[in-house]
Design a protein around this ligand. Sequence first.
Ligand code: NAD
Ligand code: AKB
Length: 316
Amino acid sequence: MRNILVTGALGQIGSELTLKLRERYGHDNVIASDIKRLQNSELEEWQPYYIADCTHANELADIVKEQQIDTIYHLAAILSAVAERDPLNAWNINVNGLLNVLEVSKSFGCAVFTPSSIGAFGPSTPSINTPQDTIQRPETMYGITKVSGELLCDYYHKKYGIDTRGLRYPGLISYKTLPGGGTTDYAVEIYYEAIRKQKYTCYLNPGTYLDMMYMPDAIKAAIELMEANPDNLIHRNAFNVSAMSVAPEDIANEIKTIYPDFSIEYKSDPVRQAIADSWPNNMDDSCACEEWGWKPSFNLKTMTKDMIEHLTIKLH
Ligand code: NAD
Ligand code: AKB
């Protein structure tokens, strides 16, 4: 039986992963935590819930000890666009927060899942079919924290035998919780605006190809990786995973098959455009396929249909 702690549980991934973990391992065996205080109306849905700041190791240690946690899904982090506005805070949360999780896991023998990102690559990385093992010289603070996180997780596995595992997620698209300030957020916003206004102004230029994935696949990947036979894992902490490589006009064209009057225009934001231009167009995720059987279930067409169906209910 697993006793799981999720940090950053109220974020875009955590709000869906926590529910899935509770379905799979039993509601009370999955403890949600975040730095945010819950509204009264949310309390019942989220219990068991703790307020915990990952930069305070003692707060994590107290929960792990009290709840006899054996597995931590560490999702608390600052995303790429927000990180560029406050790089020191991003370093503190993304790196020192992870170090605290790893130290607590060393003390109490927990397994750790930590997401990395396409942001761990940079302009000198081959951008087409980006290999699993390649040049990683990111030029954003987010990317620097993500490469550091991959290396720290490898270090704690090799030196202390901690069962650390992780994925390089692409941009994630979902309808439940809005993204937390990344470069790929447009790929969520475009669906909301398609339903609300039938038009969208995109902050990335046409032709900006990036890897993307629908949230159900992202959740499936995290759970499958954590359940995989460790003997088969060579790349423990930073598996490339992708479901599709798309540019803004590809999503717009797919939305038009459902809303023929939908239109997109472009007004590039220089900061996010520069970040996107430094990331891969499409990653090679064959190591994830070979080592633990990764296979996405959604493509652009099936994801768009599902997003629009769910958002139509949510927004009306
Ligand atoms: P998010 O911004 O939606 O959620 C992060 C959560 O962490 C928020 O609820 C926030 O309140 C919480 N948090 C912030 N500071 C904290 C602190 N000091 N202590 C505890 N909690 C704190 O992020 P997300 O999209 O859910 O991302 C989760 C992880 O996945 C991150 O490591 C991110 O880099 C990675 N990732 C996300 C995507 C994506 O597209 N969503 C893609 C690649 C990688
Ligand atoms: C971001 O854009 O910062 C995230 C990511 C791809 O890591 N969505």
